[in-house]
Design a protein around this ligand. Structure first.
Ligand SMILES: Cc1cc2nc3c(=O)[nH]c(=O)nc-3n(C[C@H](O)[C@H](O)[C@H](O)COP(=O)(O)OP(=O)(O)OC[C@H]3O[C@@H](n4cnc5c(N)ncnc54)[C@H](O)[C@@H]3O)c2cc1C
Length: 468
């Protein structure tokens, strides 16, 4: 039987892993992890995300060892080293074929193409699969074969294809032999402590599955009403797992469908809404695959690159530190800084505050989110930022500007979330927590850094002028 090397990247799981399943059917599998901490840091990934990935590599290595699959962990400095490193690893285990699941962003695709070239030039076959999205990029097209750029028709087509094909996550491969020793990621790795953030985000496939089971049993049915209230546990918090691939979109969809009478839409409203969010994730990944320039700092609507974006470092820092003087914005930023995760409602509010009220370049906010998020995912983050800044595909219109005080009144009316995140406001009542300046300020919590109405009018004037 020939040896097959499986190179794991953002698919850190044994379940629903097409590269692993296919390799295991026709050969003796050896697993490979190529860790490139320097490159990840250069890409601006959060230390908490890197640590989550490293813990998840350890967890996967153990699950593979229990299936008789040995793993190799190689530390490479950067993507450019990958062709040489993967080739050497394949030769060292006398692999006849190397399998992997493709990644979507342009740098990763270039890396994979270079690796494939190096392997085939040395007589080693390559087999590439798709596993990051529910349906592979390029497979959801308009009747004329072109790509969608608006979510609603994309979703309609997506659901009709998925219902026709069925959502069928793959089982784990059968054991390849007796249990072997598991490889372990060195700690620290390039200055990153792999246990950073482990109290909030333990990592690994088994945790992801337990969390999915709990969410679909307890919370998904009420998702449509609870998901906008940041003081409730109304969302799944599965995003770090989906980003690292410790869980697949199809596993989420299957679990949702099972609780939804087999439906992907037209069932329980909460479940339908949650399924829609998983499809948004596919949508942004399909958009990124179709428009690689998005990974090069370009706006989807190219003309918006000409807007005179603000680059004030002082304003950026106040936003980053959660010191804007607007409690709902600051609560979101402090949640991010403390835990590495931010509730979706707050992501939209903080992003709009930066890109609309401060008129700061949305790319500054995008990069800061990436540097802090444990669930940092290029397509979802870029999509969310460009939606908020009105520069993206199917984005919020430029004249729609979330007022952070009105948002707080709707989604945190008692100020519970604000008090939880901002210690300076912990002793306030609901009204003081949401608008402390109206009560002469509270302790050393900052005064509002801008006048909301003036800032809004200025931004609208810039947009109108540019459009004229
Ligand atoms: C400015 C901005 C930046 C964002 N950056 C990221 C990011 O880097 N990584 C990331 O995973 N999500 C990002 N999102 C989307 C969304 O905020 C998070 O996916 C969500 O808050 C994660 O929490 P959850 O797992 O509890 O989500 P749930 O509400 O339980 O949703 C389930 C899953 O669906 C996907 N999802 C949900 N909403 C969206 C969405 N709007 N776009 C794409 N996928 C979605 C996520 O994978 C999520 O885990 C961003 C949104 C905005 C507005």
């Amino acid at each position: 039987m020939s040896n097959h090397l499986v190179w794991f990247r953002s698919d850190l799981r044994v379940l629903d892993n097409p590269a692993l399943s296919t390799a295991a059917k026709s050969g003796q599998v050896i697993g490979l992890f190529l860790l490139a901490p320097k490159q990840w840091q250069e890409h601006g990934l959060a230390a908490k995300k890197i640590a989550f990935v490293l813990r998840s590599v350890d967890a996967l290595s153990q699950r593979l060892a229990a299936l008789g699959i040995a793993t190799r962990i190689i530390v490479a400095d950067r993507f450019a080293d990958a062709p040489q490193q993967v080739l050497q690893a394949a030769q060292a285990v006398q692999a006849s074929k190397v399998f992997w699941n493709d990644e979507i962003a342009i740098d990763e695709q270039r890396r994979d193409n270079a690796v494939a070239q190096a392997l085939t030039a040395s007589g080693i076959a390559v087999e590439r699969h798709q596993a990051f999205t529910g349906l592979p990029p390029g497979s959801v097209c308009k009747p004329d074969g072109s790509a969608y750029s608006v979510f609603t028709p994309f979703k309609k087509r997506w659901i009709s294809i998925a219902m026709e094909q069925g959502i069928n996550p793959l089982p784990a491969p059968t054991a390849q032999g007796p249990v072997v020793d598991a490889a372990t990621v060195p700690d620290p790795l390039n200055g990153v402590d792999k246990f950073l953030g482990a109290d909030f985000w333990p990592g690994g496939e088994e945790r992801a599955l337990a969390q999915l089971t709990q969410f679909t049993a307890e919370a998904v049915a009420a998702y449509d009403t609870d998901r906008d209230l940041p003081n409730l546990a109304g969302t799944s918090k599965l995003s770090p797992h989906l980003a690292a691939g410790t869980l697949s979109a199809n596993q989420c969809l299957e679990a949702a469908q099972q609780n939804n009478d087999g439906k992907l839409s037209g069932g329980v409203s909460g479940i339908d809404t949650w399924i829609s969010e998983i499809i948004w994730r596919d949508f942004y990944n399909h958009i990124l695959a179709e428009h690689p320039r998005l990974a090069m700092g370009r706006a989807f609507k190219a003309e918006t690159d000409q807007l005179p974006w603000n680059h004030s470092q002082e304003q950026l820092q106040r936003w980053q530190q959660g010191e804007t003087g607007f409690p709902f914005v600051d609560a979101g930023m402090r949640q991010l800084n403390r835990t590495g995760w931010m509730h979706n409602r707050l992501r939209m509010v903080t992003a709009q505050f930066l890109a609309k009220h401060l008129f700061l370049d949305w790319r500054l906010g995008e990069a800061y989110f990436m540097s802090q998020l444990v669930d940092g995912d290029f397509a979802a983050n870029n999509g969310g930022w460009q939606w908020s800044a009105s520069t993206g595909t199917d984005a919020v219109p430029y004249f729609r500007i979330f007022n952070p005080v009105r948002q707080a009144e709707r989604f945190d009316p008692e100020g519970e979330f604000v008090r939880q995140m901002i210690p300076e406001l912990s002793d306030t009542n609901a009204k003081q927590a949401l608008e402390p300046w109206k009560f002469g300020g509270v302790g050393n919590y900052p005064e509002p850094m801008i006048d909301l109405r003036e800032a809004r009018d200025r931004t609208l004037a810039i947009w109108k002028h540019a459009r004229a």
